[in-house]
Design a protein around this ligand. Sequence first.
Ligand SMILES: Nc1nc2c(c(=O)[nH]1)N[C@H]1C(S)=C(S)[C@@H](COP(=O)(O)OP(=O)(O)OC[C@H]3O[C@@H](n4cnc5c(=O)[nH]c(N)nc54)[C@H](O)[C@@H]3O)O[C@H]1N2
Ligand SMILES: Nc1nc2c(c(=O)[nH]1)N[C@H]1C(S)=C(S)[C@@H](COP(=O)(O)OP(=O)(O)OC[C@H]3O[C@@H](n4cnc5c(=O)[nH]c(N)nc54)[C@H](O)[C@@H]3O)O[C@H]1N2
Ligand code: SF4
Ligand SMILES: [Mo]
Length: 725
Amino acid sequence: MPSAGPASAGPVFLGQNGDMTTQDEIVTCFRSCNLCEAICGLEIQLAGQQIVSIKGDKQDPFSRGHICPKAVALADIQNDPDRLRQPMRRVGANWQAIGWQDAFEMVVERLVAIRSQHGNDAIAVYQGNPNSHNYGLLTHAGGFPGLLRTRNRFSATSVDQSPQQLVAFWMYGHQLLLPIPDVDRTNYLLVIGANPLVSNGSLMTVPDVAKRLGALRQRGGRLVVIDPRRSETASEADAHHFIRPGTDALFLFALLQVIFAENLARPGRLAPMLRNLEQVRTALQGFTPEAVAAATGIAAADIRRIARDFAGASRAVCYGRMGVSTQAFGSLCHWAIQLLNLVTGNLDRPGGSLVTQPAVDVVAALKARPGSYGRWASRISGRPEVNGELPVAVLAEEILQPGTGQVHALITIAGNPVLSTPNGRQLDQALGQLEFMLAIDFYINETTRHADLILPPTAPLEHDHYDLVFNLLAVRNVAKYSPATLTKPEDGMHDWEILQALGEHLAQRLGVTAKRGMSPERLIDLGLRTGPYGRRSAQRLSLARLRAEPHGIDLGPLSSSFPQRLATTDQRIECAPPLLLADVQRAQALLEQAPQAGQLLLIGRRQIRSNNSWMHNFPRLVKGKPRCTLLVHPSDLASRGLAGGQSAQLSSRVGCLTVQLEADAGIMPGTVSLPHGWGHDRPGIRLQVAAAHAGVSQNDLTDDHLVDALSGNAALNGVPVSLTA
Ligand SMILES: Nc1nc2c(c(=O)[nH]1)N[C@H]1C(S)=C(S)[C@@H](COP(=O)(O)OP(=O)(O)OC[C@H]3O[C@@H](n4cnc5c(=O)[nH]c(N)nc54)[C@H](O)[C@@H]3O)O[C@H]1N2
Ligand SMILES: Nc1nc2c(c(=O)[nH]1)N[C@H]1C(S)=C(S)[C@@H](COP(=O)(O)OP(=O)(O)OC[C@H]3O[C@@H](n4cnc5c(=O)[nH]c(N)nc54)[C@H](O)[C@@H]3O)O[C@H]1N2
Ligand code: SF4
Ligand SMILES: [Mo]
């Protein structure tokens, strides 16, 4: 099994800048790392504008000095010769630098022309993962993209957590009322389809997760992991059970069935807040452990024991992420996870799962946007809109298939959908056919190489930061403001400034008034002052107050807040949202499908030195053995006459790849695993290091037709594949 690498890296000295002068005084700055959800505190030493070292900030009350090997890559991004620093316009196969004003005018001219010829929906927008990690992109997301008034809005949400938001909307009344596992106080953590020791937590901001899981076990708590691979997290658990990919809904339903049938349900103080729990009990009564054992691959006795232990624990929480989101039953899985926490009285209880109370109350700010479903549907496949977006699995067909409403132009903002969305090869081809494409990004990569124009924002250390999203998802209530570490280059623009300028140009052209918004910084100040720890509270938080606390502020553990925080009209929890209840039938059908002999199901795997698709251009993160390997169980290799170290053909309905095989007894027989985000060997990209460590793209095999039927979220896990010499 490939190792996860060190959980925390010591200080790293970054002496690769030849122009660093010894005369410069060393200055120490503090900020949060914004690369992943863990928001680790960093201590950065500078000599002038040169980064001397990046290490964990021991005084950050939340991350306590923890960092991972990616943190030092913030310096690599800063110094990367491939990173774009000025707008680039494509002329044939070449790129030409152009000025910002010319670029903005070109964008507006092209977009307005396409819109008047083909209508509003002819322009699609795709927003990638770093949007959530860059607060200016969030505070200014309404302006320019909003002015386009297109129904073809897409984002990485639909290759990620869309089912979780949909379930939260239906059960709790708001898509962002996401209960977070209280890992620091629980006594039983059931992890299903997540690998926090590598991902550092997701929809659970939990820096230093290894230490926190260690503490759980030290206080006598149990960690139980359900995963088709003995992941790094599973290796540290008290118990790990292999599960056949995509069958988790059955397993979770069986846990609920046991809890109901054995009268172990104890919703406690939640009882008066619940609507329609009885309907759930009735709908799930056929899912006994015995009924689901064969399909899931988990013995009935194990399922029964997990149900009893979970219900019997003084404080327990079930937590599921990518493995149960990006699969064909993502919404059912996340519904069942909420129900499990709820019926055992662990929802909204310390040591269970609780919604947070962040200093900038994003849920309150987005009160008018609680969520939505099916207000419109995609043109070709008829996939319903979820929270204002269509599933990105349909983007390629919306570009490729002619007709009224066809997409002719695309704007990508901090995204690389060619490598990150299902059937990426098809999207790659579709992008080549657009009339116009704009990318707001600082790399020429697999996606942006198709753009007519790339507008590069400042690099992470050149702008300030406040975590709007991850404070909302954190296992403690915390707040921290990170001022810019480095000076903004003279001709540089921040992401939010680019959006604002584009919005102003477009508004002017359309003859509408552009709202010149406040800067992100001022918006945060306002949010802090009017928020739960603001002027009407003891803490009196403001931006000035946070500036004076460079390591951040701890605002305490999560606390119970239901029914007050519930956003449903009657402040009750809907246990049986009708569309979820109806979808149980689909899971029922899964029960009857016996696993086919010899069939292989493809799943993904994250690696500590990767971050989705965009951090393979830094030598320190790609050095060592090639990591883009296909993990195969030795018995599956033997039955095909294959061996580890060889290469072989892996194919799915949509594509075929030559992959490097790696024998691994830690993967469930019948399952194979390939990491995503690789495949940097395409012509025209400008990522020298990544191209030399290209690997293959898992999403050339994932299938755009495989989605969770309810949410349209891509089923990136559990893709049927065949493996041949
Ligand atoms: N098969 C498979 N596919 C997956 C996944 C999986 O597990 N398996 N995971 C999915 C998940 S969870 C996610 S979130 C998606 C991610 O999908 P995407 O967001 O589409 O892909 P990223 O690799 O995160 O690409 C980020 C892009 O943003 C640029 N960028 C980085 N920082 C900034 C910034 O501050 N501003 C701007 N303007 N640009 C920036 C980078 O150069 C890069 O081009 O991938 C999904 N795809
Ligand atoms: N180092 C690193 N950290 C990251 C990222 C990264 O790319 N690299 N990406 C960030 C992002 S955008 C996100 S969304 C998070 C994701 O955070 P996680 O969800 O914790 O990360 P994954 O590694 O995708 O974990 C999914 C797990 O589900 C398992 N799995 C696959 N299919 C199934 C299934 O059908 N059932 C079950 N029960 N399990 C299954 C996989 O084996 C894997 O262990 O990580 C974030 N952190
Ligand atoms: S775990 Fe995430 S936030 Fe922490 S240092 Fe690594 S990339 Fe940055
Ligand atoms: Mo993600």
